[in-house]
Design a protein around this ligand. Structure first.
Ligand code: OOG
Ligand code: NI
Length: 445
């Protein structure tokens, strides 16, 4: 039998290739990577307990390769082909995010690995948005955007052939794997040449900057890549020293003893020169850089608490004030692991210690007592997904300062799944299954 390259290896190579390409395209992203690596090193050097814990949970090695990216597509067909492309790399659509209420005319999912060992190996994820053309009010312009999108092909012919080949034979040998990564990368490359004339670009831009970004280019350029930091406050504070101007506030929850969900900040999109297809120069702002700090995934009950506290806190314009205000409001959210477990607000993964393996215990033993006796360890499950409010904040900060109108169209998960060609996976069932499986492995019911 032929030996195939694993999906995990393909994803790892692809994520490395994307990162290398983006460093070339947006040199500030390289600066950001260096900064994050330094901050992570400092945090680990100062916190041996954290190192020990991450090592024992086998979570340390993924840190340096970890990043997410974001792309935006214009048609059902493009989204559907992306689903097939990412499946080859072990990335599946998880979660549905409707950004229309926040004034962004897209709905989205995240393509990411789902199995625990795949996440440990390389958790590369892509936040993928589908433009909602139906939200363009001007019928003529909507029609025009539709026909521009219908005429483009964002995948190379060889990439499409390789997707088909993979579906037929179930894998790639070494040589084909390398070719696949090269060809797949082309879809996400930046093109400074638009496919439309100046007038069309500005007409679409006038409707919404994002619409111009999705419709006017030959591919779906990667618009940011985001490394994972262990201390986002420190990284944010150091950004100006490195010549990077961060967005005003860090999105998401405040700093905590037990970090929860996801905190994010970004630098402003670059103004990049473009050439219109009828000649003439213009500029386009779409591509930026972002960093994030990931914490424990919350259960539906925890998430509900988070959402309501965040709404209560509102937003601010001064980061220090906003963080202090958030910290005050989030006093109501338990901030130690035991309480998070006991109140079932967060997801954990359990494992036995050496002592636990030797000593044994009945399946109905009290988990907290076993933890106290040093027989059992509960590692927080990292939140692998995204936050729509934060995502909207990131989108907005890169769409200029002017207020965006809010689209009131009802959430349309069904139409998204129809375009995708399959259902999105519910992230909560993944976290829950992982917790349950870990308890079973430990012999607990
Ligand atoms: C995606 C913005 C969302 C995040 O980290 O929340 C995102 C986009 O700008 O296309 O990447
Ligand atoms: Ni992002």
């Amino acid at each position: 039998m032929q030996k195939f390259v694993s999906a995990d290896a393909l994803r790892e190579r692809f994520s490395q290739a994307m990162s290398a390409m983006y460093q070339q395209e947006v040199p500030q992203y390289g600066t950001l990577l260096t900064l994050v690596a330094e901050v992570n090193q400092q945090v680990l050097a100062q916190d041996s307990a954290l190192v020990e814990r991450l090592t024992a949970a086998d979570e340390l090695s993924r840190l340096s390769v970890e990043r997410h990216g974001a792309i935006r597509v214009g048609s059902a067909q493009e989204l559907n082909t992306l689903r097939q492309l990412f499946a080859i790399m072990g990335m599946y659509p998880v979660g549905y995010y409707d950004l229309a209420p926040a004034g962004v005319p897209v709905h989205s999912t995240a393509f990411r690995p789902v199995a625990a060992d795949a996440l440990r190996r390389n958790p590369f994820r892509l936040f993928t948005s589908l433009l909602r053309l139906e939200l363009i009010e001007d019928a003529a312009l909507r029609q025009k955007a539709q026909s521009i999108l219908a005429a483009r092909e964002i995948f190379t012919p060889r990439c499409l052939a390789l997707i088909e080949l993979h579906q037929q034979q179930g894998g790639f040998d070494e040589q084909t794997a390398a070719e696949f990564v090269r060809e797949a990368l082309e879809t996400f490359r930046w093109h400074r040449q638009t496919t439309v004339d100046r007038a069309t670009y500005y007409a679409l831009h006038q409707q919404h900057r994002l619409i111009a970004d999705v419709v006017c280019f030959p591919g779906c350029h990667i618009n940011h890549l985001t490394p994972r930091t262990l201390d986002i406050d420190r990284a944010q504070a150091l950004m100006p020293e490195r010549g990077i101007v961060p967005k005003a506030i860090i999105e998401g929850p405040p700093r905590r003893q037990v970090p929860i969900l996801l905190r994010q900040t970004s630098f402003k999109a670059l103004e990049e020169p473009v050439t219109f297809c009828d000649g003439g120069e213009g500029s386009h702002t779409a591509r930026f850089g972002e960093i994030e700090q990931r914490g424990v995934a919350l259960t539906p009950a925890g998430r509900q608490r988070y959402d309501s506290l965040l709404t209560q806190a509102g937003s601010g314009s001064d980061n220090q004030q906003h963080q202090q205000h958030l910290a005050d409001i989030f006093q109501d959210f338990p901030d130690n692991e035991r309480l998070l477990r006991q109140q079932q607000l967060a997801w954990f993964e359990y494992r036995l210690t050496e002592k636990g393996r030797q000593q044994g215990f009945p399946p109905d033993a009290d988990k907290e007592a076993l933890i106290d006796q040093g027989l059992l360890v509960a590692d927080p499950q990292i939140y692998e997904d995204f936050l729509p409010v934060s995502a909207a904040g990131i989108f907005q900060s890169n769409l200029g300062e002017q207020a965006q109108e809010s689209f009131s169209a009802a959430a349309s998960r069904a139409s998204f799944e129809e375009a995708l060609g399959g259902a999105v996976i519910d992230e909560m069932t993944l976290y829950e299954a992982r917790q349950t499986a870990s308890l079973q492995r430990c012999g607990l019911s």
